[in-house]
Design a protein around this ligand. Structure first.
Ligand SMILES: [Fe+2]
Ligand SMILES: [Fe+2]
Length: 303
């Protein structure tokens, strides 16, 4: 499909949301100014889920031309916290001086999720120095998932035991916990890491950390029971932040275990539109994974 065709799919509100997400993923993989401009128009969509995914994609593409619009989203206190959070993360991933300034301002925002995200991203930018500014310290292991992580993985000199302890420690610095998680993800073994992440999901009170834990579980795609049970409970918990339930639904879709399909089908009717639409998208991801038709992003990027 050409960029103009993908743009038309992306911006047509009458197209089912999973198909619009496929167009979004494709534009992200293709890249270039025309793709970025199509995505920027997607930031006007009425669906918060859609807008947050567009912001995420723009950050992962490190699209400098998206900075003014991402700043507008971040500064709009009337927008959903999940969308503003993702705009902050995207600005952190792009990491120009203009982004750092916007993040410093947002680090005093009234909304906790926005404030914590901006605080971490701004701190990261300030301390990036020689290693971080050029896209991470390769010795620590860049993400094997082609993702631009919000903080670099913790150093290889830190033992797996220490990393696990930091990740589970509710009193530890949030960004140290993030760095520990990415280091564990990169080093594996996947079943052990997934079990640890499942434990964090079941015990932490931080929505920010839990949404990233779910995201990483979706990257690892480990089918072990501990993580899957925690993801299930997270999706089913109506009191949980919709940002976390959304990431849990999509992780369940990526893991693609047949016995979780009915759960996603049930929550497709959730009262929260973000959760309901996430389950629509997750069912599509699951169907693609099961049929083997899903083209992982890293392959699309390399193609
Ligand atoms: Fe996020
Ligand atoms: Fe998301």
């Amino acid at each position: 499909m050409s960029v103009p065709d993908l743009r038309a799919e992306l911006l047509d509100a009458s197209v089912p949301i999973p198909r619009r997400f496929r167009a979004l993923f494709a534009l992200r993989s293709i890249g270039g100014d025309a793709s970025v401009d199509a995505l920027l128009d997607g930031l006007k969509d009425p669906s918060a889920l859609f807008r947050h995914e567009v912001a995420f994609a723009l950050g992962q593409m490190q699209a400098t031309r998206a900075v003014p619009k991402l700043k507008e989203v971040l500064e709009d206190a009337s927008d959903h916290s999940m969308v503003r959070h993702e705009a902050a993360e995207a600005l952190g991933a792009i990491a120009s001086d203009e982004c750092a300034e916007a993040l410093r301002t947002a680090s005093e925002d009234e909304c906790q999720v926005v404030r914590e995200t901006a605080l971490g991203s701004a701190k990261e930018k300030l301390s990036a120095g020689a290693a971080g500014a050029e896209g991470g310290d390769a010795a620590n292991g860049d993400s094997p998932y082609m993702s631009v992580d919000p903080v670099p993985a913790a150093s290889l000199s830190i033992s797996m035991e220490t990393l696990t302890r930091v990740l589970l420690d509710e009193s530890a610095d949030m960004w140290d916990r993030y760095g520990a998680m990415f280091a564990l993800r990169n080093r594996g073994p996947a079943p052990d890491v997934a079990a640890t992440l499942g434990a964090v999901l079941a015990s932490s009170s931080s929505a920010l950390l839990k949404h990233e834990v779910c995201y990483v579980l979706g990257q690892i795609q480990e089918k072990g029971a501990a993580a899957r049970d925690a993801l299930r409970q997270t999706l089913m918990d109506a009191s949980e932040h919709p940002m976390v339930r959304h990431e849990a639904a999509e992780a369940i879709g990526s893991i693609a275990a047949a016995d979780t399909e009915s759960l996603l089908a049930t929550y497709r009717a959730d009262a929260d539109r973000i959760v309901a639409e996430s389950c629509e998208v997750a069912l599509d991801i699951m169907a693609s994974e099961m049929s083997g038709e899903f083209v992982p992003l890293q392959k699309a990027v390399e193609a």
